[in-house]
Design a protein around this ligand. Sequence first.
Ligand SMILES: [Zn+2]
Length: 210
Amino acid sequence: MKIFSQELGNVATNAFLFFEETSGQAVLFDAPNGAFDWINKINEENPFELQALYLTHGHYDHIFDGWKFTESGVSTFGHKDDQTLFEEPDTQRAFLFGEDEFKGVKINHWLTPGESLDIIGHSVEVRHVPGHCPGNVLFYISSLNLAVVGDAIFAGSIGRVDLPGGSMQVLEQSIRSQIYSLPDETHLLPGHGPATTVGREKVSNPFVRE
Ligand SMILES: [Zn+2]
């Protein structure tokens, strides 16, 4: 498995492309502004078939290019608690700061917390981690010892809780019950900034310590 990552868009949002060379299959986690072109560029050198787009949550900077993938037939996955954020772009226009036109994204499959997905040959556990927004989920891939966590937690920080639907109390509970319960050596791939590990955040995160 190859993992490509790239910061994209006006607030440097991470997109992650997981690419299985043996099968030629790939999936994308989050679709910031520019993700569609970025994916096509990688595809020129490493031909793959994009199986699905998994969205960690509904904020515009994570879903901006989502409609381009749905238009080209890629299935999208997200949590229903962010349905308004995903599907009603007017609710987020105030945050766009000169980005291109924002269209939102139609979700094809609503994720159920606790469900196990098969993502290009790997078993993936979906966990609900609200608090930054109502529908943030993480994707835990134990066989790869990593989790894609959206904006729940960052290296040395946590997601904003001052946006609509945010709550510090809820986020802290999510981090303790759904993230700090993962094995310490689990790599966390957040929506912004560098990767970290569960063990490192437990002892050093200034906002939520174990
Ligand atoms: Zn966010």
